[in-house]
Design a protein around this ligand. Structure first.
Ligand code: FMN
Length: 211
């Protein structure tokens, strides 16, 4: 037997949201740091975030429809800058709390216990204890007409990863970094150590990169 949802429209809204948000898979949870034109810092958790390209380095995420105040969106639109900060697993509950609707003049850094840090004169604040973090400039955005969500694409101007999780070939080991993954909007996971393989060739056995 398998559970089937052949008529999604008939499902209760929250049930449907949980169902489809978890069915699309586990993702990395990040904290997006921004600052308003008037200097208010903002921090919020996002998980619909993905690699768009490496040359130039681009990262994308999906923003919910702008049908209410969305501080991350407003700050990015107004200033053009944001940071993407991986979350140490020990901080996942505090990171979850950043999704609460705090007023614009209340910083989630302060309210949820994250220290802001400014590096290299970057306009938007980073999370001080994030092991892997990127400073981005808004490069492109567009509305996805079918549901009013927005695709935001940023160019990574600055990437920082702790030495102990950065391999000589450029790979960042997010398990060593101890970051947080999430299913849907409320189920947080640790990350298991990876198995790495050489570039796949047709009709050749996968070649492990481990000794
Ligand atoms: C685990 C988790 C993942 C989330 N991922 C997203 C996301 O990818 N896109 C989005 O627009 N909102 C996402 N949210 C909701 C935002 O965190 C929430 O709307 C937050 O209040 C935004 O804060 P802001 O108004 O300060 O930008 C997520 C919430 C949680 C708990």
């Amino acid at each position: 037997m398998r559970f089937r949802a052949a008529e999604p429209e008939a499902l209760e809204a929250r049930y449907r949201a949980r169902l489809f948000n978890s069915a699309s898979g586990m993702r990395t949870a990040v904290l997006i740091g921004t600052k308003s034109k008037s200097g208010n810092e903002n921090l919020a958790i996002f998980s619909n975030i993905f690699h768009v390209g490496a040359n130039p380095p681009l990262i994308g995420f999906i923003m919910r429809p702008i049908n209410r105040e969305r501080h991350t969106y407003k700050n990015i639109s107004d200033t053009g800058y944001f940071t993407v900060n991986h979350i140490p697993f020990r901080a996942h509950a505090a990171a979850h709390q950043t999704s609460a609707k705090y007023p614009e003049d209340r910083s989630e850094f302060e309210a949820c216990g994250f220290d802001p840090e400014y590096t290299d004169g970057f306009f938007a604040p980073f999370c001080a204890d994030s092991p892997v973090r990127s400073g981005c400039r808004l490069e492109y955005e567009t509305e996805i007409p079918v549901n009013g969500t927005r695709l935001i694409v940023g160019r990574i101007l600055l990437l920082e990863a702790e030495d102990h999780c950065t391999a000589d070939d450029g790979f960042i080991d997010l398990a060593k970094a101890g970051v947080t993954a999430v299913t849907g909007l409320d189920a947080y996971h640790t990350v298991s150590p990876p198995k790495r393989y050489a570039y796949a060739e047709p009709d050749r056995d996968p070649k492990s990169l481990h000794p």
